[in-house]
Design a protein around this ligand. Structure first.
Ligand code: ADP
Ligand code: MG
Length: 628
């Protein structure tokens, strides 16, 4: 029998390589942008049409290529970036595999125009399915312009496999963001179908984050910085109250290359332990600088995964640095009663070993029952929606038992007219707030500030509580616990309410219809872009109900696919937000007490269900200092 093994022609080999390197238009975008950065460009233009299916063009002002190099660049394993295996461990370029251009040229129609500063004329090459169609000279500015047309034109199965325009564009935007974040010192523009999506000027990292995410970095993030022998890291990490319900804004860069690492992500999450609302994720932009010798980038064709020699130390350093900054910027909630106050002083030195500062909570007290049987189990700080087991609250008040109102700063409630149209009495009555047991604590002295905050004595100083968020937390826990039970009654409306929505919104609403019906809503149907609501829960007024349906719709639209997982959360949140006492409402002493007591009966009194900070303690020591 004759031999059967033969070498594949280059065009086939390139197509196979393309399967790994170019999975979708966004992968080609990444490769082109990276090549331009490697070429030392300071100005980069990305032009995309039809989510990259028709055109992807990158124009740079980098160093360009000679006539021969331009032709060579499309050969497989042709690279100017490494020449020996050793170089793999001393990389300071994005590329090194020499297979991007050859892969891309195997599956599209490419036009390359490039000129070096020393050359008078540029080279222009047209190549299609790995075949050179033409090579010529022309005039062009210094730098390189590559256009990729009709990606996957010769692999219909791949072309048809591409996702919707929206999804593919999102992938491209993601790649663009990763590169723009890794290189704030480069100017970028990105145009899609003639619309300029981004026009970024070279700037500091902080400004780059601002211009990409429209966020006030100073307000939402705290900086991190650490320099050790193993790794240097800098970056911005989101404050817990800005944590997101989706993993969107989480970025690691190693030596200016975006990487994915669930291991390092775990380090960040554990640094936040107990500080984040359930199912929420901190945002972060973290830049690690590591000796290239101690990492291996060549473990995945798309180079988004890295192997670290000393993964565990990097994990520990990262976690420790974030914990330290959380303490330093006073982000750890003071209501973790025995928070390690030494956190601030504990500065890490390059050679220090990386012991974790820990936040420990004294679990041994329940303010509301003097239950001697309390176990010594430690409180994880993570909210669960079981019946709350509140511990520790009352000790804040110890020593204040004998204070009469006259001894304290109590100020009589103001005579302001209720500015909220829902009165507190109605709400507490109707919503049957919180749990059945009524908690009493020993110091019921509260003061309302600007109809927004509840102030209260605690042992270490003054407790401030955001009234709206606190009430939202109480109601959320209540609704969340009760939605699945048949605790809600319905009232039929004499005049049904009509809520306008379009068909897709109606389709969305149907996903939660059974749950809405369970709690007392009834719907007659959908006609002419209007839904008729004939019954509502007795807890809600007609105007509440209308607002709430709009709110639920908005929330579902934002949550999109997550709806099934988060259905109960979404509903409970919409209810809580609609009913929670607003800013501007005057609260009586009894109402403030009720809020305070019920808040601290919640499993997670520090953060509102949407992740906002509820409580804060102004330390007596800090006050004293102000009077020094
Ligand atoms: P790699 O980036 O891994 O070296 P590529 O296939 O992406 O492989 O590119 C091949 C070579 O073509 C590069 O090594 C580089 O020398 C050259 N090249 C590609 N794009 C550019 C560009 N925009 N400007 C200058 N040279 C480029
Ligand atoms: Mg490359």
């Amino acid at each position: 029998m004759s031999d059967i093994i033969k070498l594949l022609p280059d065009s086939v080999a390139n197509q196979i390589a393309a399967g790994e390197v170019v999975q979708r238009p966004a992968s080609a975008v990444k490769e082109l942008l990276e090549n331009s950065i490697d070429a030392g460009a300071s100005e980069l233009k990305l032009i995309v049409k039809d989510s990259g299916k028709t055109l992807i063009q990158v124009i740079d002002n980098g160093k360009g290529m000679s006539n021969t190099d331009a032709r060579m660049s499309f050969e497989r394993h042709a690279t100017s970036k490494i020449s020996s295996a050793d170089d793999l461990f001393n990389l300071n370029t994005k590329g090194f595999r020499g297979e991007a251009l050859s892969s891309i040229a195997a599956i599209s129609q490419v036009e390359l125009k490039t000129r070096r500063e020393i050359d008078d004329l540029a080279t222009i090459i047209k190549i299609e399915g790995s075949k050179i169609k033409s090579q010529d000279v022309c005039s062009a500015p210094v730098g390189t312009s590559i256009s990729i047309k009709n990606l996957f034109f010769n692999i219909p199965a791949r072309r048809n496999f591409l996702k919707s325009e929206k999804a593919e564009t999102k992938h491209i935007v993601d790649e663009f963001l990763r590169i723009a974040l890794a290189h704030p010192d480069i100017n970028f523009t990105f145009t899609h179908n003639k619309t300029t999506l981004y026009n970024l000027r070279a700037s500091s990292l902080k400004k780059r984050i601002d211009s990409l995410f429209g966020s006030k970095t100073n307000d939402k993030f705290f900086p991190i910085e650490e320099d050790t022998e193993i790794v240097s890291l800098i970056g911005f990490v989101g404050k817990p109250e800005f944590a997101k319900r989706r993993r969107g804004e989480q970025f690691f860069f190693v030596n200016d290359r975006f990487i994915k690492s669930s291991y390092l992500n775990h380090a960040v999450s554990t640094a936040f332990e107990g500080l984040l609302p359930p199912d929420s994720f901190p945002s972060y932009f973290i830049y690690l600088d590591i000796d290239p010798k101690s990492i291996d980038i060549n473990i995945h064709p798309t180079k988004t995964e890295i192997k670290f020699d000393d993964e565990r130390s990097i994990y520990a350093i990262l976690r420790s640095t974030i914990k330290h900054s959380l303490g330093q910027y006073n982000i750890s909630p003071s209501l973790d009663f025995s928070i390690d106050r030494n956190l601030d002083e504990e500065l890490m030195k390059p050679s220090s070993n990386f012991a974790q500062p820990t936040i420990e909570v004294d679990p041994d007290y329940n303010p509301f029952q003097n239950d001697a049987t309390n176990s010594g189990k430690s409180y994880s700080g993570q909210a669960s929606y079981k019946k709350p087991d509140t511990k520790g609250w009352d000790s804040l008040y110890s020593g204040l038992e004998n204070l009469s109102p006259d001894d304290s700063f109590i100020v009589s409630p103001t005579n302001d007219i209720e500015s909220s149209n829902i009165t507190w009495e109605e709400e507490t009555e109707q919503a049957k707030l919180g749990s059945e047991s009524s908690f009493e604590h020993k110091s019921d002295i509260h003061f309302q500030l600007h109809k927004k905050y509840i102030l209260s004595h605690v042992r270490s100083g003054m407790l401030t509580i955001d009234q709206n968020r606190a009430h939202e937390r109480i109601l959320y826990d209540y609704f969340y616990n009760n939605i699945t039970q048949d605790n809600f009654a319905s009232q039929q409306l004499l005049f049904p309410i009509e809520v306008e929505m379009n068909e897709s919104q109606w389709a969305l609403l149907q996903q939660v219809l059974p749950d809405l019906e369970k709690i007392g809503y009834s719907f007659v149907g959908f006609q002419n872009n209007t839904v008729t609501v004939s019954g509502i829960p007795i807890e809600f007024s007609e105007s509440d109900s209308k607002n709430m349906i709009d709110k639920i719709l908005g929330d579902i639209e934002i949550a999109e696919i997550d709806i099934f997982e988060n259905k109960l959360h979404l509903l409970a949140l919409s209810f809580a937000k609609t009913k929670a006492v607003k800013y501007g409402s005057t609260l009586q002493q009894s109402q403030m007490s009720e809020i305070v007591n019920k808040l601290f009966a919640c499993a997670n009194p520090n953060y509102s269900p949407s992740g906002k900070l509820i409580t804060n303690i102004i330390d007596l020591k800090d006050l004293d200092e102000k009077f020094n």
